[in-house]
Design a protein around this ligand. Structure first.
Ligand SMILES: Nc1ncnc2c1ncn2[C@@H]1O[C@H](COP(=O)(O)OP(=O)(O)OP(=O)(O)O)[C@@H](O)[C@H]1O
Ligand SMILES: [Mg+2]
Length: 262
């Protein structure tokens, strides 16, 4: 049976705006959850700029079996991306209704199988894709990504309000692009400011799950198709991302014995 009928939890990674690291968080969160022993799927629902295939170095096309799409397997994840279906060289221009239709097709026609958790990488903003996911999966929980700039939190705040209004609980906030440490032991430089995650967390009562530093290795690993938590688990950014995954796993299964999640 295609669809998400056998998916235990859906966690959507969202933000108010673009380029803040949603895809980075979504991929590394998915891998972090898989490392805890969960069966995890990853849906790249960014219809405007699907980047999951590039960041995971996937060149294979998904198989189609009688109209059902079979996810591509990589690093233990089951992955489906709009990027598999559109020509890379073609600009992706979608109008609202097409976005909703494409997403419904993904949700309904993909052979996700049994999954503990499906992580969804949403496009930036509070547009059709976000709303479609929220409406199609009322139980979807949200992880919000923000930058540390206090003046940049307004859009994220708006997105949090939207999800709450739609009835999608926001599990936590991840601050990305936090202080850059030029060398171990040196003071971090707050290139994109500081405090945004904490401000949002205080205002909304939503926990701050972690603050991921700017890290050149994270970027080069992503460009090379191997996410940082897989390429270099001891990297400071990897440690934060792995810890975010542990907290999310505990939120999803609050009664599960902690030793099974360590
Ligand atoms: N903490 C970080 N340190 C260094 N580079 C980072 C960090 N987080 C993200 N990047 C890099 O910044 C770029 C944008 O990140 P990403 O694609 O995850 O953002 P996004 O919010 O998904 O963007 P979009 O809105 O376009 O979907 C990528 O090249 C990524 O590797
Ligand atoms: Mg993205």
């Amino acid at each position: 049976m295609p669809g998400i009928g056998q998916v235990g939890h859906v966690v959507a990674v969202a933000s108010g705006k673009g380029g803040v690291g949603k895809t980075t968080v979504a991929i590394n969160l998915a891998l972090g959850l898989a490392a805890l022993g969960l069966r995890v799927g990853l849906l790249d629902a960014d219809v405007y700029g699907p980047s999951v295939p590039v960041m995971l170095g996937i060149r294979a096309e998904p198989e189609r079996k009688e109209g059902v799409l079979v996810p591509v397997e990589k690093l233990g994840l089951r992955i489906m991306s709009l990027g598999f279906l559109v020509d890379e060289a073609q600009p992706v221009i979608w109008r609202g209704p097409m976005v909703s239709r494409a997403l419904r097709e993904f949700l309904d026609q993909v052979e996700w199988g049994r999954l503990d958790c499906l992580v969804v990488d949403l496009p930036p903003g509070t547009g059709d894709a976000s709303i479609t996911v929220a409406k199609s999966i009322p139980a979807a929980k949200v992880v919000m990504v923000t930058t540390p700039q206090p003046v940049a939190v307004a859009e994220v705040r708006r997105a949090i309000r939207l999800f709450r209004r739609l009835g999608n609980p926001v599990l936590g906030i991840v601050e990305n692009l936090a202080g850059f440490r030029p060398a171990p032991g040196m003071e971090p430089i707050a290139i994109f400011g500081a405090g945004g995650g904490e401000i949002l967390s205080r205002e909304t009562g939503i926990p701050l799950l972690g603050s991921v530093p700017i890290d050149v290795r994270l970027r080069t690993a992503a460009d090379g198709g191997v996410p940082i938590v897989a390429a270099d688990p001891e990297n400071p950014a990897s440690r934060v991302l792995a810890s975010v995954a542990r907290t999310v796993a505990l939120e999803l299964a609050p009664r599960e014995a902690p030793h099974t999640l360590q």
